[in-house]
Write a protein that binds this ligand. Structure first.
Ligand SMILES: Nc1ncnc2c1ncn2[C@@H]1O[C@H](COP(=O)(O)OP(=O)(O)O)[C@@H](O)[C@H]1O
Ligand SMILES: [Mg+2]
Length: 264
């Protein structure tokens, strides 16, 4: 049995994943060091959300290994997996708040389900996290009364309540206008720094990627084809990377090229 990584908080080793005959990941290797903000970029349908689901242990790899700290995620029994998963915060693409619960009750949910904290203690934590994301005044509002940016803040607060060591963000600026999306990016940077938490951010938006990332990895046809600090990535002479960064229609990336993976 292999041992976990020494310095990294997350490591993927030659991870493969297929849905039936469709090969989505053909060999993904990645290391995430503590306090990194790793941005994973890639076309829509390239497998970015799939990578996050693998790290959370919601999906099992077809081959390869996934470590979170010393734990090999795919080998954990259900109970242990639940304990380990509680150390990972997740911010879903469209916030995924429960529409029947107000802001306070949405944020309290992980604490109610996974801890034995008293109501007073839960209230204290909820207030603290609401303050952090600038949403104290909305404590008793319902999700339907909030804008997209506000909902995103609430889902950020919810991801923080268990004091996670790692937070995963799936397309944090999806559906937000450019101004709000840069505000959310800044919030991600300040919160992760302040709470000393490592993060993995999935996005296909270049501007956001360069704003947030301390490191950037590019997923293309089932593999990580580039992995470097932003400034270094800008200098890449890989034609796929260049085309992706420039958003040009000229180059090796073709529409539907992700389907080529299936026939590899
Ligand atoms: N549960 C599933 N069953 C079958 N195919 C899936 C499933 N989840 C994702 N896929 C397929 O895997 C590919 C990668 O999906 P996803 O990781 O959601 O892409 P991204 O987040 O990069 O847009 C897509 O082609 C998608 O249709
Ligand atoms: Mg996705």
């Amino acid at each position: 049995m292999s041992s976990g990584p020494p310095n990294e908080i997350v490591e993927l080793r030659d991870v493969q994943l297929a849905f039936g005959a469709k090969k989505v990941l053909t060999g993904v290797s990645l290391k995430v060091e503590r306090l990194d903000r790793l941005v994973i970029m890639g076309q829509s349908g390239s497998g970015k959300s799939t990578i996050l689901r693998l790290i959370l242990g919601i999906l099992q790899p077809t081959a390869g290994e996934i470590f979170f700290k010393q734990f090999e995620i795919s080998r954990l029994k259900r109970r242990k997996l639940q304990q380990v998963r509680a150390q990972i915060g997740m911010v879903y693409q469209y916030s995924a708040l429960l529409s029947s619960r107000n802001v306070r009750d949405n944020i309290a949910l992980p604490l109610e389900e996974l801890t034995r904290k008293s109501n007073t203690e839960i209230d204290r934590i909820v207030d603290e996290k609401l303050e952090l994301v600038g949403m104290r005044d909305s404590k008793f509002q319902m999700p339907s009364e909030l804008s997209g940016g506000m909902r995103k803040r609430v889902s950020l607060a919810r991801a923080l309540v268990m004091e996670p060591e790692l937070i995963l963000f799936d397309e944090p600026s999806a559906g937000l206008d450019p101004v709000i999306s840069s505000v959310i990016d800044e919030l991600i940077i300040s919160l992760t720094a302040r709470s000393k938490v490592t993060s993995i951010i999935v996005t296909h938006e270049m501007e956001s990627a360069f704003r947030i990332g301390t490191r950037m990895a590019m997923l293309y046809q089932g593999e990580i084809i580039a992995d470097a600090p932003p400034e270094e990535l800008k200098q890449s002479d890989n034609p796929v990377v260049r085309q992706f960064l420039s958003g040009s229609t000229e180059g090796p990336i073709l529409e539907g090229s992700k389907d080529a993976v299936a026939t590899k």
